[in-house]
Write a protein that binds this ligand. Structure first.
Ligand code: ZN
Length: 58
């Protein structure tokens, strides 16, 4: 299972909490999270580097 907050695997023996998420649109609506505070996964806000057109043509 995977922690919904930090997106890391929750290994056997690790403390975790479960939440039922009835509003989830996908199957398996149970959300797992580490019981210990874990860093929230950082989402990249910077735009992805776009592929630059090749300037070496010519
Ligand atoms: Zn976590």
């Amino acid at each position: 299972m995977r922690c919904a907050r930090c997106d890391e695997l929750i290994r056997e023996g690790e403390q975790y909490t479960t939440y039922d998420n009835p509003g989830a649109s996908f199957a398996g609506s149970t959300v797992y999270r580490h019981a210990t505070p874990c860093p929230r996964v950082q989402t990249q806000t910077a735009p992805k580097p776009t592929r630059q057109p090749s300037l070496r043509h010519r």
